[in-house]
Design a protein. Structure first.
Length: 666
């Protein structure tokens, strides 16, 4: 995977340095700084200021020699960049810097060779090139830091893995089907399935979920996650580019290289600013020429205007924020596939959740117990009978008993009564029957009124009702099962409603089920019994009044609806990252991620706007100053100070972008 990709936007400030690195600019900067010192010391202007006279025969050529070396050594990068810009018909930053240093070079050379009267300004040229190099070095370093998301993700993978036979191999040598030993605290080297062992695995770096996830035999594990206190033997199922983490890295890379609306706006602004700068330079020249200023002074003004108008800050305003927001998102388990999607999230009107697997777990579970006596005892009895059965409902009852830490006693004489339930002797005392309504009919068991009422309500809500009947043919209680609502769903819906978004729900389930889930979660708008092929139409229906819709689904049959929505958000994509139709993928199955997306979108947009305002406003103020508007008051901005201001502007934008890292999405 290639990490050196700060040249993805086609004509961005920092992309003119194709193949260049912060290191190259750093080296050039330090060497230029060394060369600038003698240029300054032997410059007549600087000696006048300091009130010293170190002149000796030929000393006036020292600044010229050093200045020329600096022009070619430090300035060539900018000239090459300008050539690329002009060939692309996209004049911008490099063109402006090149014009400024070329004008300064030409004039200084002519005055040193006594072709024109006036003061050379080699020292201005030297400081100009040096400061420009510093600005570029800092700019590129900050862009590279921001794009560290990929490096961070790459760091999650260990270098070596231990095969079960004890050999240590490089992770790149792993093959599908290899069995590896994962010791406590070790990172998992590739995606795989647990063959034996039990442990808790920390998946937070991939999903943003802080709670460790329990892994037992047959559980899937993902590369880069960290094993807890148990030992696991894992059979490798996916390696290299097929692993979830490689998929996530691809997403982060796609996102950082895809353009957003603000990005396009910034590009256009930088393009126009070049023409504004050239026009300002021409006006400055004509203005001072009419006013009868000295050629040296006029050239100095022109150089200053060109330097200060460099839209550096503008070129950096958006890409930096883009890179940082993508990184922040990835750390929170939000994988942005399309920049446009993240940018549009703040303007969403309706969030439409697909119920199954998104707001609910997509698996049956016990949601209620009604008993004649103690509820825990009833659940224990039912679980004891069902312990042997492979039926999904039986497994749900057993799982619920385990979650409540109930000790399930052994049973004897288990027999399945096909289609009706099961019977067994619990704790060697009584026969206990567990099954559905048909079992009551068959045993003509007696059903107490309060249990019957509770069961009727539950059936209306689409829940499955299982009865527990004792050996005296009397119904001891009922267990209600349904697709379990995730604990996080309530918070997710509340958070979105609080931020002013309408929340709607879509499901293929019956009206009863939909009404129950909607009521539990406080959702007023829901669509029930929607066939998979009609999901996209439901989205269209919501969009009919001009509402912008974010569709959230687990991607199984949601692709058309995710595509139809203004933003498609796929959930629970920890393993199948390549959900093609979604703009944003939530690595964990936690629906609260949707509110995080909205929050990050608002924060990102605010930062971009601040940076764009700063960059353009700064230029609007600084260009007249550079042109010498205030010369009448005795204040004149020199090219070198102009270059410092220009670099400062860029650094302010870079620092402001870094504050985005502190956005808390919790």
């Amino acid at each position: 995977m290639d990490h050196s990709h700060h040249d993805h936007h086609d004509h961005h400030a920092h992309d003119k340095h194709e193949g260049h690195s912060p290191d190259m600019f750093r080296k050039k900067f330090w060497l230029s700084l060394l060369l600038t010192i003698p240029t300054l010391i032997f410059s007549p202007t600087v000696q006048d200021w300091l009130g010293i006279n170190w002149a000796f025969p030929g000393s006036e050529y020292i600044p010229a020699v050093f200045g020329m070396v600096l022009f070619f050594y430090g300035g060539l990068v900018f000239l090459k960049g300008a050539k690329v810009e002009l060939l692309n018909r996209q004049p911008g930053m490099m063109t402006l810097i090149s014009m400024a240093i070329t004008v300064a070079f030409g004039y200084s050379l002519a005055s040193t060779l006594k072709l024109v009267d006036g003061m050379d300004f080699w020292w201005e040229l030297a400081t100009l090139v040096t400061i420009m190099l510093l600005g570029h070095w800092l700019e590129m370093a900050s862009v590279q830091n921001a794009q560290g998301a990929l490096k961070e993700l790459a760091k999650l993978l260990p270098d070596e893995a231990e095969l079960t036979n004890g050999t240590i191999v490089n992770v790149t040598e792993l093959k599908q089907g290899d069995e590896v030993l994962i010791r406590p605290g070790a990172k998992i080297p590739a995606d795989g399935e647990v063959v034996k062992g039990e442990s808790d695995v920390n998946v937070s770096m991939l999903t943003g979920e802080s709670k460790p996830v329990k892994k037992v035999a047959q559980s899937q594990v993902v590369a880069g996650t960290v094993n807890g206190s148990g030992s696991l033997t894992v059979r490798i199922t996916k390696i290299g580019d097929d692993t979830a983490i490689a998929g996530i890295m691809r997403l982060v890379q796609e996102a950082q290289s895809s353009k957003s609306k603000t990005q396009i706006l910034a590009d256009r602004a930088a393009f126009y600013l070049t023409f504004v700068a050239i026009a300002a330079a021409v006006i400055t020249w004509i203005g001072w020429w009419i006013a009868g200023a000295a050629p040296g002074f006029i050239l100095e003004r022109i150089v200053t205007v060109l330097v200060i108008a460099c839209p550096h800050a503008l070129g950096l305003a958006v890409p930096l924020v883009t890179a940082i927001s993508t990184t922040t998102a990835a750390k929170n388990g939000l994988l942005v596939r399309q920049r446009m999607a993240l940018e549009a999230a703040r303007n969403i009107d309706v969030v439409l959740f697909d119920k199954t697997g998104t707001l609910t777990r997509g698996e049956q579970g016990v949601v209620d117990v009604v008993a004649d006596g103690e509820e825990r005892e009833l659940l224990t009895m039912a679980a004891a009978v069902e312990a042997e059965s492979e039926h999904p409902i039986a497994r749900a009852i057993v799982r619920s008993a385990k979650e409540k830490d109930l000790s399930v006693s052994k049973v004897t004489g288990f027999s399945a009564m096909s289609g009706r339930g099961a019977k067994a002797t619990v704790a060697g005392r009584h026969a206990v029957y567990v099954g559905g309504p048909r079992l009551i009919e068959e045993l003509s068991a007696e059903l107490p009124q309060h249990i019957k009422d509770a069961a009727d309500v539950a059936s209306k809500e689409g829940k499955t009702v299982i009865y527990v009947i004792d050996d005296k043919k009397s119904v001891r209680g009922a267990i209600m099962l349904a697709d379990v609502i995730r604990e996080e769903s309530k918070d997710a819906v509340k958070a979105l409603q609080k931020s002013g978004k309408r929340v709607a729900m879509l499901t293929g389930d019956s009206e009863g089920v939909a009404a129950w889930v909607a009521k539990e979660l406080g959702i007023t708008e829901y669509f029930a019994e929607v066939l998979p092929e009609h999901k996209a139409e439901t989205v269209k229906k919501l969009q009919a009044d001009g509402s912008r819709v974010a569709m959230v689904g687990d991607g199984v049959n949601d692709a058309p609806a995710l595509t139809q929505a203004d933003i498609g958000i796929a959930i629970g994509a920890g393993t199948d990252v390549a959900i093609e139709s979604a703009g944003i993928v939530l690595a964990s199955s936690d629906p609260r991620g949707v509110a995080k997306v909205v929050k990050l979108s608002k924060a990102t947009y605010a930062k971009m706007l601040q940076n764009l305002w700063w960059a353009t406003g700064y230029n609007a103020l600084a260009i007249p100053l550079a042109a010498g508007v205030t010369a009448a008051f005795g204040f004149v901005l020199s090219p070198a100070v102009g270059a410092v201001l220009m670099s400062l502007s860029t650094i302010i934008v870079a620092i402001n972008a870094q504050f985005l890292r502190d956005t808390t999405l919790r």
